[in-house]
Every structure is written in structure tokens, then in C-alpha cells.
Design a protein around this ligand. Structure first.
Ligand code: GUN
Length: 292
């Protein structure tokens, strides 16, 4: 069994990005510039955004954090999005989700210029991804693809089961694993209503678990020699930790790992890759790679 080290892979990729940025700067170019909008004081969102700003520093990017209280109106937020769309100094930006209930998230996502949508959430990017056109691919699926590639895990023609059908992970992951240019696999998506979920998993060469239920994938659901990717990051209370919680994956690691050829741990697997992929998308935005 080989552990897929997302933390180390992310560190390597960030160093590669930084080297490229310094080369761009040495040739008289401008540093890539990522902006983040954070609304309110959700603990998880604060941590994510702080880590995104730190990752920008590690990659040699400029970053701008725009903070608003949770009583901001949708109109005010849309005006801010519009300013970032127009600002030529900003290469890409994100609006950290979730937003307060009185704001329609979809309105906000659709207001972002798709050429600056480094989260890959805009319907234009989602649609272009679905038909294999150049686009921003959202960070978690892109991080998983990158781990599979960097660990030389064969996917072409293999059976891949995806647990979960969210817009952010399950659905784009299924699209990408299906496409010839990415996974080229035979893909099955299972969810809370699937009647043959266990049977499907048992036949899979690759299981990608993104359902948000700690310990859902047990040893009896995994084929000997399979690759298991755990996207779960549920916070479970833990009094022994300074933070008062620990992160729990969707996979019961202790019993599943011995059966696997490759497996991602939680934490230290998919998680560290997501922010790193956001940096890669920001670099692409700065280089105008997808949309000239
Ligand atoms: N909230 C949880 N994950 C994400 C993400 O990838 N991007 C944004 N903008 N918000 C999130």
C-alpha cells in the first residue's frame, strides 16, 4: 500500500509555480494577483481564506482580501464583483462560500467574469469542462486528477466509482474521469439513493468518496488493490485538540488502507491539493491561457 501524500505533492507544485512566477517577473512581467471576497465570520471560511492568502505568498502572487460583514446586501456584493471584473490588475478572484442566507449564491457566481473565475464555478466554465474545452476546472476535482497523474495511477479503461453528486466535487469529477483527455475511465456515480452502492464499490479500481459521512467506506466495500481517494473533511468534536475538533474522512482508513494499492489520508491527502490548484488556476488566468 502506498500513501498518496497530498501535502508533499502540493508543496512541490507550489514550488514549481513560484519558480515560474519568478521567471515571469525576471522577464519584466507582473506577479499573478488573486482577490478573495469573504463575507461574515464563519470559522471554516476564515481558515480557508487565510490559507489561500498564505498560499499566494508561497507562490509569489499578490493577493487582496476584501472583507464584508454578513449584513451586506446582494446588490452591494454584486457591485464588488463587478469592480473586480473590471479591474485589470486582478487576474482572478473567488467569493468564499457559503454566503449568508439572504444572498443568492448562484446570482453571485454568475456575476463573476468567467475569465477570472478561478474557482471554476461559473456555468460557462462548468459547461466548457463538460464538453472538454479549455476552462478553469474547480480545485478539488483538479487536485484529485493531479494526484492520480503524479502517482502514475492508471485510469484509462478502469472502473471508477464516485460517491456523491455535488456540483463542486461529484459531478465535475464524473465528467473528468469519463473524458478521454483526463480519466478515460468507466464511471459510475453513486449517492444516497443508490441501491447497489456497495456492490458498485466492490468492483471499482478507483473509489472517490465525497459524501461527507465519516467512515462510510468500510473494508468490505473495497476491492483488493484498489485506489481510494477520500474527499471527506467532516469536523468531528475532539476535546484533545487545541481547535476542539479533528477532520474525519469518508473512509475508515485503518481497515481500508491495507487492501489498497494507493490511498489518500485525511488530513494530508486531497485537502492540501485544493488550494494549490486554485493557485495553478490563478497562474493560468494571469497568463491568459484559456481565454485570450
Ligand atoms: N467553500 C468551500 N469550498 C470552497 C471553494 O473551493 N471555493 C469557494 N469560493 N468557497 C468554498
Amino acid at each position: 500500500m502506498e500513501l498518496i501524500d497530498g501535502k508533499a505533492t502540493a508543496a512541490t507544485i507550489k514550488a514549481e509555480i513560484k519558480a515560474e512566477v519568478e521567471q515571469i517577473v525576471a522577464q519584466g512581467g507582473r506577479r499573478p494577483h488573486l482577490a478573495a471576497i469573504l463575507v461574515g465570520h464563519d470559522g471554516g471560511s476564515e481558515t480557508y481564506v487565510k490559507n489561500k492568502v498564505l498560499a499566494c505568498e508561497a507562490c509569489g502572487f499578490q493577493s487582496t482580501l476584501l472583507r464584508f460583514e454578513d449584513d451586506i446586501t446582494e446588490e452591494e456584493l454584486l457591485a464588488c464583483v463587478s469592480q473586480l471584473n473590471e479591474n485589470p490588475e486582478i487576474d482572478g478572484f473567488i467569493v468564499q462560500l457559503p454566503l449568508p442566507r439572504h444572498i443568492n449564491e448562484q446570482h453571485v457566481i454568475e456575476a463573476i467574469d468567467y475569465r477570472k473565475d478561478v474557482d471554476g464555478f461559473h456555468p460557462i466554465n462548468v459547461g466548457r469542462m463538460a464538453i472538454g474545452l479549455p476552462c478553469f476546472i474547480s480545485a478539488t476535482p483538479l487536485g484529485i486528477l493531479t494526484l492520480l497523474q503524479r502517482y502514475h495511477i492508471p485510469t484509462s479503461g478502469k472502473k471508477c466509482v464516485i460517491l456523491g453528486r455535488s456540483n463542486i466535487v461529484g459531478k465535475p469529477m464524473a465528467q473528468l474521469m469519463t473524458q478521454k483527455q483526463y480519466g478515460d475511465a468507466t464511471v459510475t456515480v453513486c449517492h444516497s439513493r443508490s441501491q447497489t452502492l456497495k456492490e458498485e464499490c466492490r468492483e471499482a479500481d478507483i473509489v472517490i468518496a465525497a459524501i461527507g459521512q465519516p467512515g462510510f467506506v468500510t473494508a468490505d466495500m473495497v476491492k483488493e488493490g484498489a485506489t481510494v481517494i477520500d474527499v471527506g473533511t467532516t469536523r468531528v468534536p475532539d476535546a484533545t485538540r487545541k481547535t476542539g475538533f479533528r477532520l474525519s474522512g469518508d473512509v475508515l482508513f485503518e481497515e481500508v488502507a491495507p487492501k489498497c494499492s494507493h490511498i489518500t489520508p485525511v488530513p494530508g491527502g486531497v485537502g492540501p491539493m485544493t488550494i494549490c490548484m486554485l493557485m495553478l488556476n490563478t497562474l493560468s488566468a494571469a497568463k491568459k491561457e484559456f481565454y485570450k
